[in-house]
Design a protein around this ligand. Structure first.
Ligand SMILES: [Mn+2]
Length: 324
């Protein structure tokens, strides 16, 4: 990891402009990692830009933006329609929390520069960003934030307490409250963030959710059932929901006795059914989702199936599980 950090520092110092990008449907692991690195870049007196989607739906992300405003923390945000004015072939493009080219916020940006860095903690997949000058993908890390925290330690730098708080919150989300993929280094990183000023109360505020959404989710969970000894499934009704809802429910199911794998199925648009799958780590859900046209990682994966109803989608999933 030290070699990577050394190289990364050199690349930043040798660049005029740095653009950060994470995956589509940005989450706190990607966003807080970007904010922290952006602070680092500024401390090297370099200009950094952060590519974001102009529409954010993730609650903790929206709260984070409001908090940045409250604390007067300014970053250069650019959007898909303005980033082309900023990027040129010498720009350093740092991609965080993702290494699949199709899943980055703006895939086409990967063709605009020769200087791409990828830092990620997901299991390396067959399809990855090829033309990098530096790539660090370590699936032993709980989160991208854990890697970025090590980088801060390496540089002997700190970030604003609000950013440290967002990092702690992002880590908590990625580890499902310090359960999944959590090692002693994860706790050491969390301890470091608290040491440099992460605030536990603000962290809780960022992670709080809407009461109505919570109640709706519990209603669905009430109707979940076990498929066999260790797999739980929750099927929603005809209401169209956001992908995040499916993911959250699948994650919720993992906290129950005997559940090692969880699926949640529901309409994500009028004629599209989404399946979200989660595993505590013993079972590879990516394989199942991949066979159904989706993808993801060992512990979290998903797919979308067009022109199908929920009943048929359940059957398709059941068949796939039986084939396993
Ligand atoms: Mn992540």
């Amino acid at each position: 990891m030290e070699e990577t950090f050394k190289h990364l520092t050199k690349l930043i110092k040798n660049s005029q402009k740095i653009i950060f990008m994470t995956h589509q449907k940005m989450d706190l692991d990607g966003f807080a990692s970007i904010l922290a690195l952006s602070e680092v870049v500024s401390s090297f007196k370099k200009n950094s830009y952060i590519l974001i989607d102009s529409k954010q739906t993730n609650t903790s992300i929206i709260k984070s933006f409001n908090q940045l405003k409250k604390d007067n923390l300014n970053f250069n945000f650019v959007y898909k329609n303005t980033v082309n004015k900023v990027i040129d072939e010498n720009t350093l493009l740092i991609v965080l929390d993702i290494h699949k080219p199709t899943m980055v916020e703006m895939p086409n940006l990967l063709t605009k520069t020769n200087n791409i860095v990828v830092i990620d903690h997901h299991l390396k997949c067959k399809q990855y960003i090829q033309n990098t000058i530096l790539s660090y993908i370590n699936s032993n890390m709980s989160s991208t934030i854990e890697i970025v925290t090590s980088y801060l330690k390496y540089l002997n730098k700190v970030v604003h307490p609000t950013i440290a708080t967002m990092m702690l919150a992002g880590m908590e989300i990625d580890t499902n409250s310090f359960n999944v993929k959590t090692t002693s280094s994860t706790f050491e990183a969390a301890a470091f963030l608290l040491k440099i000023g992460a605030d536990n109360i603000l962290k809780q505020e960022l992670l709080k959710e809407d009461r109505d959404e919570y109640i709706e989710r519990q209603k669905y969970i009430e109707n979940s059932y076990m498929l066999n000894d260790n797999m739980a499934i929750c099927t929603l009704d005809n209401k169209v929901v956001d992908n995040n809802v499916l993911a959250q429910i699948a994650e919720d199911l993992l906290q129950f006795d005997n559940v090692e794998v969880a699926f949640c199925i529901g309409y994500i648009s009028k004629n599209k059914v989404g399946i979200s799958a989660r595993s505590i780590g013993k079972y590879d859900v990516e394989r199942i989702m991949k066979n159904l046209g989706g993808g993801g990682h060992l512990t979290e994966a998903a797919t979308q199936i067009k022109n199908i109803n929920i009943e048929s989608a359940i059957n398709v999933l059941m068949n796939e599980i039986e084939n396993e």
